[in-house]
Design a protein. Structure first.
Length: 340
């Protein structure tokens, strides 16, 4: 079994007296900045002028340009969207890096795929929470945390592992458990997980189920509750007790259906395709496509995004969620709704 690190394994001293620059104040950025501050760590936020700048100021942070924040900090955590990181790094972070700096990421993409090549005189590591930024903040406030991975890419100071663990503790992740990995493993498993299971696999599964019911003449509202809404209730049970815990709560009929039908849906062909997806990630094929898509101004991304947002499941879902005020609206939904 892999070693799992908890609060007791971290040495807070390595961050005391240091300043952490959180570059970016989005999903991960706001959570890291606020959690570290609440853990007693000195934080400045690095941004361009705009929406996030105002928000971070409202939240009481010292907000600086990215270069100024880099100058003021010993630890620079890069929490910009992955596709914007190389340019901002080149123009505003790299020129300010000095010996003694730690350059930190929450995902290994740009280092692993050579989009950012750091100088050899800084420590480079990652602390990657295994969950969305808003939950990194919410769970911290609930005295809990989102598990995280850490990996050291360059250790000049000899302290990189300790600083990474102290950082993981500061954002609350060492309450849940922290695992050591490599940039390669974090990058490849993260991309695979989000593509095959968590995001891509899941939305495709939900949509296919919803469409199958609707095309067979069942009410879209019934199909929505069945294939999307109830998913959270099932996943909560899996989160708490694994698959066995979930199966304990469902009826035996549901469990029998799970056993005989699950492997018909995610069959050998699907698993073979998962292996192809993993190969595309490992060979850099996926990364290349995404980098080029961004250079071309995202023609495919934007077209698919528009098509997905106008799918019947979104229309039906928005109406049903209106009637369930206890289902908290997330920001994205407000954005999608206002774009209609
Ligand atoms: P977001 O898209 O939420 O971050 C956007 C932030 O970056 C905003 O504050 C935005 O400011 C700022 N920003 C964008 N472009 C620039 C720029 N050119 N100069 C200065 N600031 C800029 O990112 P995420 O939090 O999703 O991702 C950050 C990192 O965390 C990524 O490496 C990602 O892979 C990783 N990660 C993300 C997870 C998640 O939950 N989303 C999970 C685990 C890891 P403005 O308002 O001005 O646009
Ligand atoms: Mg991830
Ligand atoms: Mg990811």
């Amino acid at each position: 079994m892999a070693k799992v690190y908890y609060n007791g394994d971290a040495n807070d001293q390595v961050l005391s007296g240091k300043t952490v620059a959180i570059v970016g104040y989005g999903s991960q950025g706001h959570a890291h900045a606020q959690n570290l501050r609440d853990s007693g760590i000195n934080v400045v936020v690095g941004l361009r002028k705009g929406k996030s700048w105002n928000q971070a100021e409202q939240d009481g942070f010292t907000v600086l340009s990215v270069s100024e924040a880099t100058q003021q900090a010993e630890v620079v955590m890069v929490l910009l969207p992955d596709e914007h990181q190389p340019k901002v790094y080149k123009e505003e972070i790299e020129p300010e890096l000095k010996p003694g700096h730690s350059l930190v990421f929450a995902h290994g993409f740009n280092i692993h795929f050579n989009q950012i090549v750091p100088p050899e005189f800084v420590d480079v590591f990652l602390v990657a929470p295994k969950g969305p930024g808003h939950l990194v903040r919410r769970t911290y406030e609930e005295s809990a945390g989102v598990p995280a991975l850490f990996a050291v890419y360059q250790d000049v100071s000899g302290e990189a592992r300790d600083v990474a663990l102290a950082y993981a503790k500061g954002i609350g992740s060492a309450r849940a458990g922290v695992l050591e990995t490599t940039f390669q493993e974090e990058t490849e498993t993260d991309l695979f997980g989000e593509q095959a299971v968590l995001c891509g696999g899941l939305t495709a599964l939900v949509k296919a189920g919803f469409e199958t019911l609707v095309e067979a003449g069942y009410q879209p509202e019934v199909a929505y509750f069945e294939c999307l809404h109830e998913l959270k209730l099932i996943v909560d049970l899996m989160y708490e007790g694994g698959m066995a815990g979930m199966r304990y709560s469902i009826s035996d009929t549901a469990q029998w259906g799970d056993f005989v039908t699950g492997p018909r849906i995610v069959n050998d062909a699907v698993k073979a395709e998962m292996k192809n997806v993993l190969t595309d990630i490992q060979t850099g094929q996926f990364a290349k496509g995404w980098i080029l898509e961004n250079q071309a101004n995202r023609p495919v991304f934007n077209a698919v995004n528009q098509r997905e947002n106008s799918h019947l499941i979104e229309e039906v879902g928005a109406k049903l969620r209106e009637m369930m005020p206890f289902v908290k609206k997330n920001k994205k939904e407000a954005v999608v709704a206002s774009a209609k």
